[in-house]
Ligand binder design. Structure first.
Ligand code: CMC
Length: 433
């Protein structure tokens, strides 16, 4: 179902006395792109685009976002349909293999994920090396990178079979690692995966079962967990995905690339925003404090976390589903009157009617309601970004696979607009003023 880009005309660029015709390419949907690959050779000039606000870095057939309309499609399927009708493991198959699986394909795919959930027993020693108060994302960055040292049999990135094994290992082991990061953090013994549970159930049990008491799975919470994983599974060429691609473009192994993605995701402008959003709601505390908080946003003393997006200039479609999940989880856990949920709903209402947010097209993003939901499920704020990393692993690895199969793939190597000193001679220290 992947379509090769079509030539849709040319764009003429004139620089001084030089003129160059640049091809304009059309994908299957979305804005056309001007192909500038020959531009430097023809004109001696680069383009300048800090933050890549106008630059497509690759061809991709995985995920499509229309930020103005608030549309998110994975392999053509709308996110709200996937969130309400599919399962996370099915979405993993869709992202990795391009199609929803048949019943037998699903069975064998799910089985291979289930059969790879365990970690080498020696791997557990890595956790012991971290201080108890280490942020679980610090543990994730370190331990996921360390997987490279355990799977020499699947590190040949030019072998599609080995690439696929690494992809399955990462998707399968990430819940086990994330749950261990949590258990270590709270000082409880690790809980091993169980093959009779589905992906979300297994993860919840590895987080919340203790030796004295098994975890009773609430189907409403397991379904909400699965939906949260679907909502975060992939999101086109965001910062962490671009980091994974850039790391992979040099030929680095997939475990190292995913560790790089986790490091990038940690930042508060990206995956770290869910933690920051809940901290912000706690700080606001009650709806009466919202006007003061909004005044602080306008004075640029702080940002409204969980609002705004580089691509969405409309309601993030994931936020809509997440708000429904928050409702369901709060009802299932008897917290429907949760004061922070009331603050969040009121804050959203105030912001959506305020000129500052309207003129900048700032809407709630996926992180606005995810913290409330995860907190009601029993996760501490420090685990929120870990859950994002767990879910996004499939997107990262599917994008990495796509890059490895792309014949036009090159090492990523941006250029720069140099503003430093021009060439000058070295002056011995005794002669410097
Ligand atoms: N609160 C207040 N003002 C904001 C916010 C916000 N959350 N987001 C953007 N603005 C303002 C910004 O100050 C700027 O105003 P002005 O033009 O007057 O200088 C204008 O809106 C445009 O913002 P920008 O910074 O140029 O937009 P960007 O595309 O570079 O940044 C963003 C996108 C997500 C980094 C930013 O909206 C933000 O920091 N949001 C809060 C953090 C957050 O919720 N991140 C999660 C993103 S979704 C999950 C994920 O994919 O990681």
């Amino acid at each position: 179902m992947t379509e090769a880009p079509k030539t849709a005309g040319t764009a003429t660029l004139t620089l001084g006395d030089k003129s160059v015709e640049l091809p304009v390419l059309s994908g299957s949907t979305g804005p056309d792109v001007v192909d500038i690959r020959k531009m430097y050779g023809a004109t001696g000039a680069f383009t300048f685009d800090p933050g890549f606000t106008s630059t497509a870095s690759c061809e991709s057939a995985l995920t499509y976002i229309d930020g103005d309309e608030g549309i998110l499609l994975h392999r053509g399927y709308p996110i709200d349909q996937l969130a309400s009708k599919s399962t996370f493991v099915e979405v993993c198959h869709l992202l990795l293999h391009g199609e929803l699986p048949s019943a037998s394909e699903f069975e064998s795919f799910e089985r291979s994920v289930t059969m790879h959930t365990m970690l080498h027993s020696q791997f557990d020693r890595f956790f012991e090396g971290f201080r108890r108060d280490a942020h679980p994302m610090a543990i994730m960055v370190g331990t996921v990178g360390a997987l490279s040292a355990f799977y020499h049999d699947s590190l040949d990135i030019h072998d599609p079979v080995q690439r696929n094994i690494s992809a399955i290992r990462l998707i399968a082991k990430m819940p086990t690692i994330a749950a261990r990061a949590y258990k270590y953090h709270v000082g409880q013994p690790f809980v091993s995966p169980r093959n009779d549970l589905n992906y979300a159930e297994n993860f919840l049990r590895m987080c919340f079962a203790v030796p004295a008491e098994d975890y009773v799975i609430d189907p409403a919470l397991a379904r909400a967990m699965d939906r949260i994983l679907i909502l975060h599974a992939d999101h086109e060429q965001n910062a962490s995905t671009s980091t994974v691609r850039l790391a992979g473009s040099s030929g680095a192994n997939p475990f190292a690339c995913i560790a790089a993605g986790i490091a990038c995701l940690w930042g508060p402008s990206h995956g770290g925003a869910n933690e920051e959003a809940l901290n912000m709601l706690k700080e606001i505390g009650t709806p009466e404090n919202i006007p003061d908080f909004i005044a602080g946003v306008k004075d640029r003393r702080h940002k409204l976390m969980g609002f705004g997006h580089r691509v969405y200039k409309n309601y993030d479609p994931r936020a809509r589903v997440m708000k429904e999940s928050a409702d369901e989880v709060l009802a299932a856990t008897g917290r429907i009157n949760d004061p922070l949920f009331q603050v969040a709903k009121e804050l959203e209402k105030v912001a959506l009617n305020d000129e500052y947010f309207i003129e900048r097209k700032l809407f709630p993003n996926v992180d606005f309601y995810s913290g409330i939901t995860l907190s009601a499920m029993g996760f501490p704020t420090t685990m929120f970004t870990v859950l994002f990393a767990l879910a996004r692993t499939v997107g990262w690895i599917a994008q990495w696979q796509e890059m490895m199969e792309d014949p036009s793939q090159k090492i990523g190597r941006p250029r720069q607009l140099y503003t430093g000193p021009t060439e000058r001679d070295y002056v011995p220290i005794s002669q410097r003023g």
